[in-house]
Every structure is written in C-alpha cells, then in structure tokens.
Design a protein around this ligand. Structure first.
Ligand SMILES: [Zn+2]
Length: 374
C-alpha cells in the first residue's frame, strides 16, 4: 500500500503524486512486487467505488510502441483496488486509523506489516486492435514560425457499450466529447475562412482512447508527426458544458505558463473572464489529454466552461445525471449558440498562441521542473 499525497501540497502537485503511475513507480522503487490500492474517504466522495466497478467491466488498454511491444508504465502488477468498506473488512479497526490519517494535512500513514498475506495469480488475455488518431495541419504563414506548431486537441472516443441504464446501453458522449471535437473542427474552419493565416502552424489532434487512459494523446505526444521540439503548446477541449451561456472559462494549468495570460486576453475579446479552478481537489490538470503533452515538457491547458452565470449548477447537474452515462446524448438542452461562442473563444486563443510569443512555462514551475528535458 502507498500513502496518499499530503494535503499541504498544492492541489495539482498533489494530483501528480496521487496519480496511479507515480504511485506505482514509487512503490516499485521501494521494492514492491504487487500493488493494492485502498480508496480514501475523499477519494470515495469524489470518485465513488461503485462508479469504478462499472468501468472495471470493460477492457484495459495501452498503446503499442514502434517495435510492436505494448507500452507499460510500470513493471509491477496492480492486483486489487479496495473500497472503503472492503478496507474495513480486511483491516478491521486499523482501517479507521489509516483512513483518518490519510485525511490529515500531512497524510502520514505509518507503514506496518499486514496481519495476512496475499496470494494472487494473474491471468491476462491480450487482444490487438486498431484505433486511429486523426491529425490535420493548417500551415502557418511566417517563414520561420511555420515550423512551430500549436496543438488543439480533443478526444474522439467515449466509453462505448456498458450495462444499460434505463434500458439504454449505448454511451453517446454528446458533450464528452463530440462537443470538443465539433469545436475543434469549427476552429479549423474559422481559421481557414479568416483573412490571414496564423504565423505558427496549427495542428489539430482528434485523438482516440482518452477514456482508456489518455492513450491516443500519449501515443501522439511520444510519437508526434512533427518534430517534438516544434510543438509549442497544447490546448485540450474535453466535455465543454454547453447547456448555459458561459461568461467565464477555466483553463486548468493557466497559472503555470504563458498560455494562461494568452487565454485571458483572448477571452476578454469576447467578454468572457478567466476564472481559477473551481474544483481544485479534483486535480483536473493531470486528468485529461493535455497532460500527456505536459509529460513531454510542452506547456498545456485544458479549457472548460466556468461556474459563473449558472455554470456551477449546469456542471453539477451534468456530472450527476449524464456524465459517462447513456443519457449524455442529443436530448440534453444543448445551446448551439453557446457552442458557437465556445468555438469563437478557441479561435481567439489559437490566434494568440500561434501569432504571439512562443508559449513558455513560468520560471520554476513544478511540472516544468519535472518534465522539461534539460
Ligand atoms: Zn472526455
């Protein structure tokens, strides 16, 4: 077992340490041969175990390297994920102590020997399948800067067919993420229809298998179709809530690079404000496709509609009622005029990034220190 990251850390840095891969790597470095995770009380509140169980019924996926071998982030197997209730069954009263300690500021759970041992046999069944990323480029006009790329990304997949909810098993993913893909296509159309081309080139990445662990984006970020060093920024669009007229936006990662101020300037041009992350505990910065670019040292943000002007209620309603459910479909009260406004905003952001100074990390940023190759 590994302990959760302490609460005094900045929430995005906390999310970095709390991410599955970093935890696995830490456990491996400390000599672990297998990995069992226990949900914390906060984790249970944010991501109920019952929701996870529904998704465990679908296949795990990874991507294949050019040599055909599957990419695996860690050599030690994940043997089990245990719910809060399961932790009580396994550990009895110790569970209360551990779960309580995990909620403290230091999050310091003292290690101890478990009163039992775990015997596990893993059987893996492996299938090969193909699913493509779709990439398009609008070349820039500047003789030098056209060799640099601003990436606009959106995932094309959703969660497919699951056990039915109210008799419907097909998860349509209208907002998650047909809305992001449609916005990206519309930005491409606006740029082509515009008076003048951007200085930098704009690369549109409609990537696959986000819902399976940011897989298409990771494949692209590690095997880009243009030189990796020429990728200057990524703006990711995932699940914009288009059921209300947004007056603010959130750019997860805005405080970390010059993309934040660029988004602020672009948004101001259409009377939209840039707001801070309204749900910092969720660690959203590490949880969508743009993060695969961050891991390659590229400054990136994930752009979402904000909480003002009814946004909080609309977002909470969506998360409760339709998120990752068959009802995320076209019967929702989607405001197409708001979709157009979101596309306009992203057009303005793309222009800022493709015409202005090369996007750069803020000095001393945590993620730049972790990931930028020196
Ligand atoms: Zn999504």
């Amino acid at each position: 077992m590994t302990r959760p990251p302490p609460k005094f850390l900045q929430t995005e840095e906390r999310a970095y340490y709390g991410g599955g891969r970093v935890k696995l790597a830490q456990a491996e470095a400390h000599g672990a041969v297998g990995f069992v995770s226990v949900n914390t009380l906060t984790g249970e509140r944010l991501y109920p175990f019952a929701d996870d169980v529904r998704q465990y019924q679908s296949w795990d996926m990874t991507w294949r390297k050019p040599d055909g071998k599957p990419f695996v982030a860690s050599q030690i197997p994940v043997l089990a994920n245990v719910s809060v209730a399961g932790a009580h069954k396994l550990l009895g009263q110790d569970a209360d102590m551990i779960l309580a300690a995990a909620e403290t500021r230091e999050g310091a759970v003292k290690g101890f020997a478990l009163p039992f041992s775990l015997h596990a046999v893993l059987h893996s069944e492996i299938h090969k399948m193909e699913s493509e990323n779709v990439v398009g480029v609008l070349p820039g006009s500047d003789p030098m800067l056209k060799n640099e790329y601003v990436v606009l990304s959106a995932h094309l997949d959703h969660i497919g067919v699951t056990p039915p909810v109210k008799g419907d098993a097909i998860n349509n993913g209208a907002l998650d993420n047909a809305a992001g893909v449609a916005t990206t296509l519309e930005v491409a159309r606006l740029l082509r229809a515009g008076r003048k081309p951007t200085k930098r080139s704009v690369l549109f990445l409609i990537d696959t298998a986000e819902e399976k662990g940011l897989i298409g984006a990771e494949y692209f970020a590690r095997n880009p179709t243009v030189p990796g060093s020429a990728i200057t920024a990524d703006v990711d669009l995932d699940m914009p809530i288009l059921t209300y007229d947004f007056t603010d936006v959130v750019a997860f990662g805005a405080d970390r690079s010059s993309i934040g101020p660029a988004v602020k300037r672009a948004a101001a041009r259409i009377n939209v404000k840039l707001s801070p992350d309204p749900m910092p505990d969720e660690g959203t910065f590490t949880r969508s496709d743009h993060y695969r670019f961050v891991e390659q040292g590229v400054p990136a943000v994930f752009l979402a509609t904000g909480f003002a002007n009814g946004g909080e209620a609309a977002t909470r309603f969506f998360m409760k009622t339709n998120y990752h459910k068959p009802s995320d479909d076209l019967s929702q009260a989607i405001r197409y005029d708001v979709g157009a406004k979101f596309a306009r905003l992203n057009y303005e952001i793309t222009r800022e990034l493709a015409d202005g100074a090369r996007p750069s990390w803020n000095k001393g940023d945590f993620f730049a220190d972790k990931f930028v190759r020196k």
